[in-house]
Design a protein around this ligand. Sequence first.
Ligand SMILES: CC(C)(COP(=O)(O)OP(=O)(O)OC[C@H]1O[C@@H](n2cnc3c(N)ncnc32)[C@H](O)[C@@H]1OP(=O)(O)O)[C@@H](O)C(=O)NCCC(=O)NCCS
Length: 353
Amino acid sequence: MSLWPVEPIDPVTATERDLAGLHALEVVLELEALPGEPVAPLAHAMAEYRHERPLVVRKAWVVRQGGKTGEIVAWAYVLYLDVPENRNHAHVWVAVHPEVRGLGLGSALMARVVDTARQWDCAVLDFEARVGGSGEPFLRSIGAERRLIERRSRCRTADIDRKLLEGWVRRAGERAAGYSLIAWDGPCPDELLDAFVVLKDVMNTAPLEAFEWDDEHFTADHWRAIEATMEARGFDTWQVCARHDDSGELAGYTELTLPRLWPGASWQEDTGVWPKHRDRGLGRWLKAVNALRLLDERPEVEFIDTWNAGSNEAMLGINVAMGFRPLENWGDWQAATDSVGEALRRRRRAAAS
Ligand SMILES: CC(C)(COP(=O)(O)OP(=O)(O)OC[C@H]1O[C@@H](n2cnc3c(N)ncnc32)[C@H](O)[C@@H]1OP(=O)(O)O)[C@@H](O)C(=O)NCCC(=O)NCCS
């Protein structure tokens, strides 16, 4: 039993007041970990809540302080991606306001998550929690294991060394002779789409440490739907691909996303180069081209954020040289749905006795 009722919510159709409540809770969690850092404005968060990513099946719940009419003090969601790969995994987020932690709200929400994951035949739960944060003892208490550590890094655009990046672009002329760049903003050109979704498979070569996860493969339709969602959420996207001139093969790519509703922010998303095309400076070239364009065309952007596995030395090496600095570390955790259900049952029995 939770202190206050757990109610379902669907962020796509929720009232603006409830979305403002979810956003306020997430801002509290972000500032708890990163005091003084910029936070997403409400309009940006709202556009994300309203426009679900394609093929995502999600259920979410909230708890309000004092019951029905109070402020949202806790929420949780569970989702799976309706694609053939990893269909037995459900991704989980549970967040409780620091002032009402330790009262059992997290456990009450997790019980809903487990029931739903079972209905969906998701036997594995995937979680994320800040390293050293309050989520870790909670996840440990339900039998989850930390299997991957990801570093979140931030590059302040004021600290970017333009000369260094220009040097990378110049050197590409020698090191990457025989390759050329193709760039586009927004949707991928039709004639490149099939080759581009194959290229995206290169992300399956990024290290996952002990995290159990099967390779993912995009289809052209799925990618088109993601592009449409990015547009609806208010993102500009800048893609740069390297093509091997002789074979015509796409060798690598990088993606930078720029939220129009949060003009100071940008995200360095995927960067990948196929193993046979590595060690020619393609990764540096691709990233330098987008970063230099950012400095020229978007002076209002204050930072670029990116995520890498802590063990991804090749990517971290380029990022650190560009000016990315560690901001925080997040763990990716996993547990069997049934064992989480059992741990919660044991806790309820102990609390009742
Ligand atoms: C993780 C979180 C959701 C827990 O919420 P909560 O309402 O405090 O959780 P509960 O009160 O149900 O606690 C359940 C158990 O977690 C463990 N736990 C929670 N906080 C703990 C702490 N600070 N130290 C040690 N154990 C703790 C205990 O085993 C507790 O069981 P008990 O009360 O029988 O001792 C909350 O701390 C939070 O929002 N953290 C930030 C978001 C996050 O990291 N989420 C990760 C999960 S996806």
